[in-house]
Design a protein around this ligand. Structure first.
Ligand code: AMP
Length: 214
């Protein structure tokens, strides 16, 4: 099934975990702008140098840069059958640009994962990522369950920056939920459930948009 899925939700809502699972099950790439930026920072590329300080403050990298990154990525051959976007769009300007990047052969399905703010703050403070493969984990895991790599806390998951990121989300990203809400391809799911239950709700939401059985 060809699908172009945009995962919306605050930091910690589960976009990464759910996006990766959905992408794997549907044989499409997950395009996570946060991962692309963290990789660029690690490599010290021009993009990484431009993004590093902004990311460490929990603020957003400029729209023009981000739109360029995603435009290049969705044009690659592996994204021709579809993709899952995680972390983009984050502003209304990015959402408008995304509309211009896709034709209307396959609809853009938009799923918003809703999680109460106190749950988000708790999840972010206990979140770890694998220093080798970037997979998300929790602080009670000892090593990465996928590759055995060492787990570290993301620099921007530190308590002060988490508050800033949740505020930036409220101000800049929440408005894109309103941008998409009236579309027939928009769904929202309850993200405060087990991972399996959220995954099942996302699959059902996408199937209902595409008119297929999940
Ligand atoms: P994430 O891993 O999605 O939480 O992203 C980590 C950080 O990367 C964010 O706090 C932003 O600083 C930056 N970032 C990721 N995606 C975007 C985007 N679409 N627009 C602007 N900044 C972004």
């Amino acid at each position: 099934m060809s699908v172009r899925l945009v995962m919306l939700g605050a930091p910690g809502a589960g976009k990464g975990t759910q996006g990766e699972r959905f992408a794997r099950e549907h044989g499409v790439p997950r395009i996570a702008t946060g991962d692309i930026l963290r990789e660029a920072v690690q490599k010290g590329s021009e993009l990484g140098r431009a993004a590093r300080a902004v990311m460490e403050q929990g603020r957003l990298v400029g729209d023009e840069i981000m739109i360029g990154v995603v435009k290049d990525r969705v044009r690659r051959a592996d994204a021709a059958p579809g993709f899952v976007l995680d972390g983009f769009p984050r502003t209304v300007i990015q959402a408008e640009a995304l509309d211009g990047m896709v034709d209307d052969r396959t609809p853009l399905v938009v799923v918003d994962i809703e999680v109460p703010e106190d749950v988000l703050a708790r999840r972010l403070s206990t979140r770890r990522i694998c220093s080798v493969c970037g997979t998300t984990a929790q602080s009670n895991d000892v090593v990465c369950l996928k590759c055995g790599g060492a787990l570290v806390q993301r620099r921007d998951d530190n308590a002060a920056i988490v508050l800033e990121r949740l505020q930036v989300y409220e101000q800049e990203t929440q408005p894109i939920v309103d941008f998409y809400r009236d579309r027939a391809t928009f769904r929202s799911v309850d993200g405060d459930q087990t991972q399996d239950a959220v995954a099942a709700d996302i699959a059902a939401a996408v199937a209902s948009v595409l008119g297929v059985r999940s």
